[in-house]
Ligand binder design. Structure first.
Ligand code: FUL
Length: 708
């Protein structure tokens, strides 16, 4: 009996000790380097190079180094603006697809020392490095593997003698780097030392990524390596700046071509969400340009994403556990525009204000279970200490605990923050938040995952003195490091502006506002601008800007929309038109981005041949530019999206003149409306849009085609 008691005592003791030891890590875990990257949360990627001067998204590689000649380049202004926006680092595009190196490299003549800027003595990358150092910002490097200038691109020597050597120069001279960013856009036509041809490479073998990344590890051990499938950070699969609502930092990449996944051929469909219980810890970066394109284009002035749009993206990226990488685009002078600087500052201010005070501070927290009843080690106080790695944990058997927070007096909030201690893995598979109202608990939010960071942005302010958190699913004991309630100061969404096929503008908002004000002359609307009351005619196009006020001085962001000439009375025709709904050629001019003209078929034996669509404008019009909106239904293969076009015009519908031709760069990853300015404006009654090449498939698609 005595023996049994001793054994029992020992057992209880052992169990207590066991229960007081930290929960066993769950699944795959982040490396130190990935933790540091995760803590960065927000950084910017800066595109400023040849394409800034040629007004393109991808330079062809035949540009003269001399066209790079900024009058006022200021790395301090650019990095400083990012810092004011709350960003903690920048990734410098040191070489884009055009092959022009912004540092004096030994690997190619196509570099900054051959330009007249600073008499060939300039070094843009160095200036960024110095600015980052001065402002306490982290720095990363993007050196495009695809090089449309280099004669040896496509041959093994390019990888060993050019690309890797360039990385070595950058790693040796411009560190310490927090990221090494490796783009997946690869191969296609280019200048290639004068060959001017198509060069295709095998993305799974050509670059020998493992060898390249071994160099990164050796020379820049603190740099997180970004690639489509990692190894440290994965691409989120879109250039819109958002991760999935369900978000796992764990990921099992699959190759699109069935081979071993490598940079550039991953099945992107699963990238936004990641893989539950995936094989590797590869969290996502959400990259998105602050303007429509990655490079500066004057025609896109006024279209920079507003602070409120950025805020929305912040909640959909950082707020889901990923990191946000915002594209900045210095202009030809070499600085960000005043508007872009202003927006970054506004965004940074709202974030700072929002997270300044955790309303749970001082609350009494009561948990249904604390691991080993050891509050000093695993208690709820750790939820409020602003440390990502100290945490409240439960006993192994308790996977759906709850916690109530009594704030003693009513508090108002509209953002909830939850974080897991990811050093122990990502575990939680569901959580709900309730508030005490009218003497009962009322559920106000649920989330499918938490991970490194989860922000729940409520659609309205909540005032209450008691909150309850319920973990509704976890495969193991929980390890929650953070619980916060915050108040975002601004809560008024921007009005939506649309135009009907008849050319009439309507402006609406879902926010409970008292007035919408607008302008049509390009100026910023204020409370003194005309009040929007009813539809108005805007057939000739131009710029409409609108803002809403809530009856006080509080107002929304300004919404801007540019409209082309109205399409009422236009007639579209095409040789392939007819048959099923998708073949309705009128879909291309119905002002509805959701419908499209689509000639793709499932018949694999049909090969793509150039196709066209013709528009009769009804009367002769002055055409300055044309617009092409690719399909907007997020087709994963970008099937039927045109990347090489020709645009022809005619007075009589019989005799045609070519008015423009070229490529739509980066249209698969960033399928926004493309605006092509004609070199000279023309008068014509008819125009023809010819798809010379599509990204994939045997037909072509047009969501909208228009003229300006
Ligand atoms: C893409 C590139 O093709 C774009 O031009 C841009 O640099 C973006 C960040 O990555 O894949």
């Amino acid at each position: 009996m005595k023996k049994l008691t001793i054994v029992a005592l020992l057992l209880v003791n052992a169990l207590t000790i066991f229960a007081q030891s930290a929960p066993k890590p769950y699944g795959v875990l982040p490396s130190q380097l990935q933790l540091r990257w995760q803590e960065t949360e927000m950084y910017c990627i800066v595109h400023f190079s040849m394409a800034t001067y040629t007004d393109k998204e991808w330079g062809f590689g035949d540009e003269s180094p001399n066209i790079f000649n900024p009058s006022n380049f200021s790395a301090l202004q650019i990095v400083g603006a990012a810092k004011a926006g709350g960003f903690k680092g920048i990734v410098v595009v040191a070489k884009h697809h055009d092959g022009f190196c912004l540092w004096p490299t030994k690997t190619t003549d196509h570099n900054i020392s051959k330009s007249s800027w600073k008499n060939g003595k300039g070094d843009v990358v160095k200036e960024y490095q110095e600015a980052c150092k001065q402002l306490g910002m982290k720095m990363g490097i993007y050196c495009s593997p695809w090089d449309r200038n280099n004669a040896s691109y496509g041959k093994p020597a390019y990888v060993t003698e050019v690309y890797r050597k360039q990385l070595e120069e950058l790693y040796a001279n411009y560190g310490p780097l927090f990221m090494s960013w490796h783009d997946g856009a690869n191969g296609g036509d280019g200048y290639y030392g004068g060959a001017r041809e198509q060069r295709k490479i095998d993305r799974s073998t050509y670059y020998g990524w493992d060898t390249t990344w071994a160099i990164t590890r050796k020379m820049q051990p603190g740099a997180a390596i970004f690639g489509d499938a990692g190894p440290d950070v994965r691409w989120v699969g879109n250039e819109e700046g958002h991760a999935g609502e369900t978000y796992w930092a764990t990921f099992t990449p699959e190759a699109a071509d069935g081979k071993i996944p490598s940079n550039g051929n991953v099945k992107y469909e699963t990238s936004p969400e990641g893989t539950h219980n995936g094989k590797f810890w590869i969290p996502a970066e959400c990259d998105v340009p602050s303007r429509p394109g990655w490079f500066y284009h004057k025609t896109q002035d006024g279209q920079t994403k507003s602070a409120y749009t950025l805020l929305d993206l912040y909640y959909k990226s950082v707020g889901r556990g990923a990191c946000l990488d915002l594209g900045l685009s210095p202009d030809k002078d070499g600085v960000l525009t005043d508007e872009d600087v202003q927006i970054l500052k506004q965004f940074g201010t709202v974030i700072k204000q929002t997270f300044a005070v955790n309303e749970l501070k001082g609350a009494t927290l009561k948990a249904s279970n604390v691991r080993g009843s050891n509050a000093a080690k695993f208690g709820t106080a750790f939820l409020l200490d602003n440390d990502r790695y100290t945490y409240w944990a439960t006993d192994d058997a308790v996977t759906t605990p709850s916690l109530t927070a009594d704030m003693h007096t009513p508090k108002t909030f509209n953002v909830i923050r939850l974080r897991e201690n990811i050093k122990l893995g990502q575990r939680i598979e569901g959580a709900a938040v309730d508030v005490w109202q009218n003497n009962a608990w009322k559920e106000i939010a649920t989330v499918p995952t938490i991970g490194a960071n989860r922000l729940i942005r409520l659609s309205q302010n909540i005032t209450t003195s008691k909150v309850r958190l319920r973990i509704t699913g976890s495969p193991a004991a929980i390890a929650l490091s953070d619980f916060g309630l915050f108040k975002e100061p601004v809560h008024l969404s921007a009005p939506a502006i649309s135009r009907s096929i008849k050319g009439e503008i309507s402006i609406s908002t879902d926010a409970p506002v008292s007035s919408i004000h607008y302008t049509t002359d390009g100026t910023e609307p204020t409370s003194n601008s005309p009040v929007y009351k009813q539809l108005f005619d805007y057939s000739n196009g131009g710029v409409v800007k609108a803002i809403s006020f809530d009856g006080t001085t509080a107002h929304s962001e300004i919404k801007t929309r540019v409209f082309g000439v109205t399409k009422a009375g236009w007639i579209a025709s095409a040789p392939q038109a007819g048959g099923n709904r998708m073949r309705h050629v009128a879909n291309a001019i119905d002002e509805d981005p959701k419908t499209m003209y689509n000639t793709c078929t499932k018949n694999d034996s049909i090969v793509f041949k150039p196709q066209e669509i013709t528009i009769d404008l009804g009367k002769s019009q002055n055409i300055k530019a044309f617009t092409y909106l690719p399909r907007q239904d997020k087709n994963p293969e970008a099937e039927g999206i045109v990347d090489s076009y020709s645009f022809q015009v005619s007075i009589d519908g019989q005799n045609w003149t070519q008015a423009a031709e070229g490529e739509f760069s980066n249209i698969a990853s960033n399928p926004i409306e493309q605006t092509i300015k004609l070199s000279t404006a023309v008068n014509a009654r008819y125009f023809k849009f010819i798809a010379r090449h599509v990204i994939k498939g045997n037909g072509f698609t047009v969501a909208e085609i228009g003229i300006l």
